[in-house]
Design a protein around this ligand. Structure first.
Ligand SMILES: Nc1ncnc2c1ncn2[C@@H]1O[C@H](COP(=O)(O)OP(=O)(O)OP(=O)(O)O)[C@@H](O)[C@H]1O
Length: 488
């Protein structure tokens, strides 16, 4: 549909763009990225025919751009510029109606039923119909942006060129606009070429991306191949990290702010632990990056409060998530900042200990009930019932963990727990063999992400050694505590 070949050019014979080549197919959503001044707007101006190219070819449907008359081009290509401003005082509807110009034979005299229908439809789609009789000067930046988008859509173009279309739009309109454009590319075959500053939005919505660097193409490919950490760090000259999107396999990049952190700060320690009648609570002075299997707050996130709640042995687990969430809310916890677990063990039977190294520390808290102990290798002998007899392990790290270390921490802690079960001869009552844990064990690893970088947490790494020892000692003590109670 659009072919750009060896394009060079800019302003007053000075070449901003150098040897740019790419093709966009019908129905594609194609994103143009690049740092400020890299030539994105210049490229868009050349494709729309506003700026002549010094060298190279721009073809639309196999025909050179220069062979189209302005009116012919306007029937195919519509442009939403970066900062649309208008000094004239028109109503919203009048402004949108100008989009029909390219399709009209004589100005307004030929205003047809079809023109009216199209204008009304695009105003509805962009959410501006309610204020169609308002003067455009009286609108907010975001409302005005939507009016100009409606104007471009009223042109019924085959190719829509957008310069930062989500600029000025609030979150919900950003999503709505991009959802709309995406569905038009798929359903109507509209071709969209858009400049983005928001790399994450581009990665979510675009089929392909072109990354410009100082007027040249650095890379053009699918979002996964363009939004690579090393490429983006290099082109934008900034520290970033790549994160998985929670629902779709689109790359998401996050900025790493340059903040000053205190080295060696021991943020989580026994003084923060509160043992209340029906729960154990740890409220951290700072947010902790946490990976957990909590009933509430599971997965990876930043949390501040950690609750291990005692429930009766015959607690009904049918709707335990909702019940736990309302319990936490009733007790004044913010669900977005809290990880919650349950245990049938009496909270006073907990075991905890702070383990220190020169430049980092680990604080471990365990409650352990082994009435429902199970040998993992014989678990098929058991029915699937969630019962609240469980080993809950909390591992707080005053240090900075890699993703690898988070996962290794869970493995190391599990190995230590299994060893305790073996050494204390805890038996699976159904199989009669040595148990390895219980059916509903829960774990969390929460780190300050400040101070010492702890790359690994395998059993013989510095962090792994503290976790192995700490989980072993605390689990053994917690099991002994709860057994003493049940046998007395
Ligand atoms: N009308 C103009 N006359 C001369 N030089 C210009 C003109 N417009 C832009 N430039 C220069 O061309 C270069 C590329 O500008 P362009 O607007 O294409 O960049 P961009 O990638 O869109 O940047 P931004 O992200 O800041 O919008 C810049 O160095 C800019 O100063």
């Amino acid at each position: 549909m659009l072919r750009v070949q060896q394009l060079s050019g800019g302003y007053s014979n000075y070449a901003i763009l150098k040897d740019v080549s790419f093709e966009v197919e019908r129905g594609e959503l194609f994103g143009i990225l690049g740092p400020n001044g890299s030539g994105k707007t210049t490229l868009l101006k050349m494709i729309s025919g506003i700026l002549p190219n010094q060298q190279g070819i721009i073809d639309i449907n196999g025909r050179s751009l220069s062979d189209y008359s302005p009116k012919q081009l306007a029937q195919i290509v519509a442009v939403l510029p970066q900062h649309s401003s208008q000094s004239f005082s028109y109503t919203v509807k009048e402004t949108v109606s100008f989009g029909r110009y390219a399709h009209q034979k004589g100005w307004f005299q030929s205003w047809s039923v079809e023109d009216e229908e199209i204008v009304q439809r695009v105003m509805t789609q962009t959410g501006v119909s309610d204020f169609q009789y308002k003067n455009i000067q009286e609108l907010s930046g975001g409302e005005r942006q939507r009016v100009y988008l409606a104007q471009a859509l009223a042109q019924e173009p085959h190719i829509l060129l957008l310069d930062e279309p989500t600029n000025h739009l609030d979150l919900s309109y950003q999503k709505e606009l991009l959802d709309l454009l995406k569905s038009w590319t798929k359903e109507k075959g509209l071709t969209v070429i858009s400049i983005f500053h928001d790399l994450n939005l581009a990665g979510l919505y675009c089929d392909r991306l072109l990354l410009l660097e100082e007027g040249s193409v650095r890379v053009q490919d699918t979002p996964d191949n363009v939004l690579k950490k090393e490429i983006i760090k290099d082109v934008y000259n900034t520290e970033i990290e790549k994160q998985p999107h929670p629902e779709v396999p689109a790359p998401q990049l996050v900025l790493l702010p340059k903040l000053k952190y205190g080295e060696n700060e021991m943020i989580t320690n026994p003084s923060l632990l509160k043992v209340l009648p029906d729960r154990i609570e740890l409220h951290s002075p700072t947010m902790l990056r946490t990976m957990s299997s909590g009933v509430v707050g599971s997965g990876t996130g930043w949390y501040r409060t950690f609750v291990n709640r005692h429930v009766d042995k015959d607690y009904n687990c049918d709707n335990h998530r909702d019940e736990m969430a309302s319990y936490l809310q009733k007790n004044g916890y913010d669900l977005e900042m809290t990880v919650g677990m349950m245990t049938a063990v009496m909270v006073e039977d907990l075991a905890y200990q702070l383990y220190k190294q020169d430049d980092f520390s680990v604080f471990i808290v365990v409650t352990a009930g082994v009435g429902n102990a199970i040998d993992a290798s014989k678990s098929e002998l058991h029915s699937f019932d969630l019962v609240p007899g469980t080993i809950n392990t909390w591992i707080f790290v005053n240090g900075k963990l890699t993703e690898e270390a988070y996962i290794q921490s869970i493995m190391t802690a599990t190995e230590s727990k299994v060893k305790v079960m073996n050494d204390l001869q805890i038996i699976d009552k159904i199989s009669g063999t040595l148990a390895t844990g219980t059916s509903t064990d829960s774990i969390l690893i929460a780190a300050t992400q400040k101070g010492k970088l702890l790359e690994f947490a395998g059993t013989i790494s510095p962090l792994g050694k503290l976790i192995s020892k700490g989980v072993y000692e605390c689990t053994a003590e917690a099991i002994r505590n709860s057994k003493k109670r049940t046998s007395s």
